[in-house]
Design a protein around this ligand. Structure first.
Ligand code: SAM
Length: 297
């Protein structure tokens, strides 16, 4: 394949095609026929780790492909080169080491740049640990949040944990095996020891394990264990907060107004604070204001 012309206008890549290709998360039998077809015919394969992708290609009986390493640290720098290939009308496939590119893996910036350049962007969907863990967990799947990897420490981690404490949707978290126990402990601290959790380990592989219990039980199970392999934590959502009692609304309104807020501002603040409908709080605030202005009415 000829090198892309450096003078090419990368904003006009409309003849090229970028194909996101999902690959197995452990079981090579999960490589789809369409993935094999695209990997066999693409002009260029962008891969996170060329050795891993070569091993996959060898398994699929594909040889003679041109590979370009595109990983977290060089994705931005690779954009002009990849866009140049697209502008030259080439088909470029994107694969990561496992699962779906762009999901806690490189690929998203390539997609955004290719789309902005007018190239066709398409996908060969397939394995991804987030969906595999969610559906095997037995927890509600209708609405869920994907957390990726939590920050290891600091305020970012605390903010995510605080958010999960009240999040009503199922949360899916990627975690390194050596950090599983610490994360389960933090989740128990923030979300309560009785919250249901599922630990999905080594999915699709020989030692697949799907462990279910409460956060307290999970800490007891995994803290003493030397956990190996790849792990996803699926956390049940918080129970919806019970409706705030009318007395709570009255007390909170009074506190805000005594603190100097107008009735209107107090009502907004209280509705947000207690997570209740604004309209009801405004009506309560109006009634209290009338009573303050004319206690005999
Ligand atoms: N792009 C991938 C995907 O679509 O799932 C995820 C890549 S991310 C760098 C790797 C993380 O995915 C692991 O740390 C683990 O949390 C999860 N993971 C990948 N394969 C897994 C498996 N077979 N079983 C459980 N978790 C897995």
């Amino acid at each position: 394949m000829t090198e892309p012309d450096a003078s090419v206008d990368v904003r006009a890549a409309k003849d090229g095609r970028l194909v996101i290709v999902s690959t197995p998360i452990g079981n090579l039998g999960d490589l789809s026929p369409r993935a094999v077809s695209v990997l066999s015919s693409a002009d260029l394969l962008c891969c996170e780790d060329t050795r891993r992708t070569r091993a996959l290609l060898t398994h699929a009986g594909i040889s003679g492909r041109r590979l370009l390493s595109v990983h977290a640290r060089n994705e931005e720098a690779r954009l002009p080169e990849v866009l140049g290939h697209l502008a030259a009308g080439k088909t470029v496939a994107v694969v990561s080491d496992a699962g779906t590119p762009g999901v806690s893996d490189p690929g998203a910036r390539l997609v955004a740049a290719a789309a902005a350049a007018g190239a066709e962007v398409t996908v060969v969907p397939g394995p991804s640990a987030v969906v595999a863990a969610l559906v095997v967990s037995g927890l509600p799947t209708a609405r869920f949040c994907f957390e990726g990897f939590l920050a290891r420490r600091g305020s970012d981690r605390r903010r995510r944990l605080e958010a999960m404490a009240t999040e009503e949707r199922t949360s899916v978290i990627y975690e390194a095996p050596g950090r599983l126990a610490a994360t389960l402990g933090d989740l128990a601290d923030f979300c309560g020891a009785q919250r249901a959790v599922v630990v999905a380990r080594e999915l699709t592989k020989l030692h697949e394990e799907v462990w279910r219990g409460t956060l307290a039980e999970a800490v007891a199970e995994f803290a003493p264990r030397e956990v190996r392999g790849e792990v996803v934590v699926v956390l049940a959502g918080a129970s919806p907060a019970p409706p705030a009692e009318a007395a709570d609304v009255v007390a909170a309104l009074r506190r805000h107004v005594d603190g100097g807020a107008s009735w209107r501002d107090a009502a907004s603040a209280v509705a947000a604070e207690l997570g209740v409908a604004r309209r009801g709080v405004y009506e309560q605030a109006l009634a209290m204001r009338r009573e303050d202005e004319d206690p005999l009415s």
